[in-house]
Design a protein around this ligand. Structure first.
Ligand code: CP
Ligand code: NVA
Length: 303
């Protein structure tokens, strides 16, 4: 079976598991594959299988990975919280080792980031983080691909307006690994973690941080937001709606700048209906690019 002690393989637990050069390679491959007619795209994962462990709901991540495996010639098995013994008594280390005897990739969407770290530690095949409470590296791949398509390169100033949690933290690291210039505006208490700031500094430049959305947007080419109440935070909803007052992404805040959102959006909370429906919203391109970016990633991980 695949053995984590002896097998050389790479994981994507956080975006900075890649070097800047590897990140560029994955994005280039994703772009090239997207530009190729579907019938002519290579199927480098013929005969390979992916296990998809999901503790939280998902539309984009689940469907883009399952579809991506089909397009790459492989097969995906979706395993929700009631489908397997994980979470019902079997520990992650045992699940990781058993699955590694069957499949070629494991992706996982879990609450506790440490669970994906443990999966990667014990699995003998590549493990990909499909969202934890701390990180969403696959979203960052798609986001960077989208910005490159929109602006031609990543020499772009982005204003993040909203919660400094998972999507923001991965995007901040992705920005640090590229020439992207990022300003993050959060309410007090919702900033990115100190550890993310330190890692961003170690791979490049940490984002500028502020508690003033208007100041963040002033010199930005693009505005990006995410929900104020993430999956698993329903109990904090009332407090969060109070805390994020003034951070809504509205037409008057963004002007004619393009707008990104990882989705799902809570219209009327972090973003207005009008902003999301405007011609400036890149959200559908961004959502589609999950598929292309992940196909680039899986192809690279399999090499
Ligand atoms: N952006 C994102 O990960 O969407 P899903 O929760 O639908 O997978
Ligand atoms: N911050 C959001 C992202 C969803 C893709 C959440 O964790 O629910």
């Amino acid at each position: 079976m695949n053995n984590p002690q002896t097998d050389a393989h790479r994981n994507l637990v956080t975006i900075d598991d890649l070097t800047s050069e590897e990140l560029e390679t994955v994005l280039d491959d994703a772009a090239a594959r997207k530009a190729t007619a579907p019938a002519e795209r290579a199927q480098p994962l013929a005969g390979q299988t992916m296990a998809m462990l999901f503790e939280k709901p998902s539309t984009r991540t689940r469907v883009s990975f399952e579809t991506g495996m089909t397009q790459l010639g492989g097969h995906a098995i979706f395993l929700g919280p009631e489908d397997i013994h994980l979470g019902h008594g079997e520990p992650i280390c045992d699940t990781a080792r058993a699955l590694s005897g069957y499949v070629d990739f494991i992706i996982a969407r879990v609450f506790d980031h440490g669970d994906v770290v443990d999966l990667a530690k014990y699995a003998g095949v590549p493990v990909v983080n499909a969202l934890t409470d701390d990180a969403h590296p696959c979203q960052t791949l798609a986001d960077l691909l989208t910005i490159r398509e929109q602006f031609g390169d990543l020499d772009v100033s982005v204003a993040w307006v909203g919660d400094g949690n998972n999507v923001c933290q991965s995007f901040a690291l992705g920005a640090a690994m590229t020439e992207l210039d990022l300003t993050v505006a959060t309410p007090e208490g919702y900033e990115i973690d100190d550890s993310v700031r330190e890692r961003a500094t170690s791979v490049g430049t940490a984002p500028t941080e502020t508690n003033d959305p208007e100041a963040a947007v002033a010199d930005a080419d693009l505005v990006y937001t995410d929900v104020w109440v993430s999956m698993g935070q329903g109990d904090e909803r009332d407090q969060r709606l109070d805390d994020f007052a003034g951070f809504q992404v509205t037409p008057s805040l963004v002007g004619d700048r393009p707008v990104m959102h990882c989705l799902p959006a809570h219209r009327g909370e972090e973003i207005t209906d009008e902003t999301l429906e405007s011609e400036n919203a890149l959200v559908w391109q961004q959502a589609e690019n999950r598929l292309h970016a992940q196909n680039g990633l899986l192809t690279w991980l399999a090499e």
